[in-house]
Structure formats: structure tokens, C-alpha cells
Design a protein around this ligand. Structure first.
Ligand code: MN
Length: 292
């Protein structure tokens, strides 16, 4: 447990039990009735980077609850943190809420991704009520078996699409940069959060090809393992679609899309677009401020 605590960014976080008992900088809202789901999947939060929309995620966590919470990888961005240390209080607040949830009895399953691969060495262990696994199988209320994995497992297969990946990545970073500035302005002007990619009708074609190729590969792998469906993250693109008889789900990300995948109590699956929900509520979505 101490070993894991030492991996958490922030030199002051050395004891998880003590950390979980602290007060978050943004007090937890005591919602009279949190919206309850059977399961929730979130991934690609990228704590430790400026792109992370921690405030929207805090708002999400304060409004929903579930029997099981799957953290489908890239929750903490260890790659970026090694290059440049960036850890505002809101990022601690997200971790605090996740640990608190586990302590309150939510079954929290953490499947580290490639950006938080330093936690993969603890696969099979449980700490503070959080189960660390490389993959998991979730059984829905209507009896379907879903393989849950991050998705970088398929990067090697995707190598044949290396150029697509590069193009996609460059376009993605340019888009994220634009997204930050657009939303910094909108926030200043008192306008709600605006998702760039959601409104860009003509996404970079190559990027679209890359995404659909990833979805097909992941669904094919799940099909060959005899499960009914698969939940992945990694490509920051929320989706629910059927591919060759396999249900493909992606929970998206909290860098730009601010999406989560949820299972209702009858087994129905849905992608929640939290920025839209906040805008509808009139809440102030704090897009990443360009406060460098
Ligand atoms: Mn990833």
C-alpha cells in the first residue's frame, strides 16, 4: 500500500488512508439523490496534465453513484508528470473522490492504461478497496458478458496504421490546444463549455479511419474470446456500436469529450455527455484555463 502511495504524484501523498481522510479543496456536494447506475466506466482522465477537465469530473462524481465503478486506464498521466510536474488541487480532489467511493462500498476496478502503466505491476492486488486488474469481465443485468480493457493492447496491430496514428495525434493535439483557448475565451465571456470535436462535422478523415479500425480490431478480439461485448478507452472517442455481432463500447475521455459510459439497472447502456448536462443545468463548466 505504501508502495502504491509513493507512485501517486505529489510528494505529500505518502499514506493513502490518511489521504482519503483529508478534506478535498472542492467540498463534496451532498446531493440529496445521486443518480444511481449499476455500473459506470470512465477512462482517459489524464490527471497531471493541463488538458484534464478535473472540475467537470468532480461535478460528475458528485452527481452519480454506482454499484461498480470501472477506471479504464490513463487515469493519471505518468508520462507527462515525468516530463513536467503539474498537479493542481482539483486533481487531488478527483483521486480523493475515487478512494472515498471505494471506502463507501462501491466496487472500484482500476485497469491501468499505457499512460499509468506504472500501476500495472500491482495487477491482482487490492488497495484501499480498489481492485487493480489488467482486464476484467463485467456481467450486465441482462446477462451479457463484457470484456473491459484499456485498449493500448492493440497498438502493435495498429502499427500498420502508424501514419494514421501520427496524423491523428498531431491533429488531436492541435485540436486540444484550440479547444483550451476557445473555452478559456468562452469562460471569460460567460458562455458554456463547447466541445470542439463534437462540433467539427468533418473530422480529419484519417483520424476517423484510425478510430473505426481500432473499434473493429477490439471488437474482433472480444468476439474471438467468446464474450458478448467489450468496453475500452484509449482513443478518447465515446461510442456504442455493434460490430460483427459484438457490442463495442468506449467510455471516451475527460480531456475533451467529458463522457462516461453507464449501465442502467435493466442492463441498458448509455454514454453520458457531462459537459452538455452541466450546460443544461446552467453550471459553470471549468474548461482548462490557460493559466500557464
Ligand atoms: Mn491510452
Amino acid at each position: 500500500m505504501d508502495d502504491i502511495a509513493r507512485l501517486l504524484p505529489g510528494s505529500d501523498v505518502t499514506d493513502l488512508a490518511e489521504f482519503a481522510s483529508r478534506r478535498p479543496s472542492v467540498p463534496e456536494r451532498v446531493a440529496a439523490a445521486r443518480r444511481r447506475y449499476r455500473a459506470i466506466w470512465i477512462s482517459d482522465v489524464h490527471l497531471g496534465t493541463r488538458g484534464c477537465n478535473a472540475d467537470a469530473l468532480i461535478d460528475f462524481l458528485d452527481h452519480v453513484d454506482s454499484d461498480t465503478l470501472y477506471l479504464v486506464g490513463d487515469i493519471i498521466d505518468g508520462w507527462r508528470l515525468k516530463k513536467k510536474f503539474y498537479w493542481p488541487p482539483a486533481h487531488n480532489d478527483v483521486l480523493w473522490r475515487l478512494l472515498k467511493r471505494a471506502r463507501r462500498g462501491t466496487r472500484v476496478v482500476y485497469i491501468p492504461g499505457n499512460h499509468d502503466e506504472m500501476f500495472r505491476q500491482f495487477a491482482g492486488l487490492d488497495f484501499g478497496g480498489v481492485l487493480i486488474r489488467r482486464q476484467a469481465v463485467h456481467t450486465t443485468a441482462d446477462g451479457r458478458r463484457l470484456l473491459v480493457l484499456h485498449g493500448d493492447e492493440f497498438d502493435a496491430i495498429m502499427l500498420s496504421h502508424r501514419w494514421l496514428a501520427y496524423l491523428g495525434d498531431a491533429a488531436y493535439h492541435a485540436a486540444m490546444w484550440a479547444n483550451r483557448w476557445v473555452n478559456a475565451y468562452r469562460r471569460w465571456a460567460g458562455l458554456p463549455y463547447w466541445s470542439l470535436s463534437k462540433h467539427a462535422k468533418s473530422r480529419v478523415k484519417k483520424s476517423v479511419e484510425f478510430i473505426s479500425r481500432f473499434e473493429e480490431i477490439v471488437a474482433h478480439e472480444a468476439g474471438s474470446r467468446g464474450v458478448d461485448g467489450v468496453v475500452a478507452g484509449h482513443i478518447h472517442t465515446a461510442e456504442i456500436r455493434e460490430i460483427a455481432g459484438v457490442a463495442y463500447y468506449n467510455d471516451g475521455d475527460w480531456v475533451e469529450g467529458c463522457t462516461a459510459l453507464v449501465e442502467h439497472h435493466d442492463g441498458r447502456m448509455e454514454v453520458l455527455h457531462w459537459a452538455d448536462e452541466m450546460a443544461a443545468r446552467g453550471a459553470d463548466v471549468v474548461a482548462e484555463l490557460v493559466a500557464a
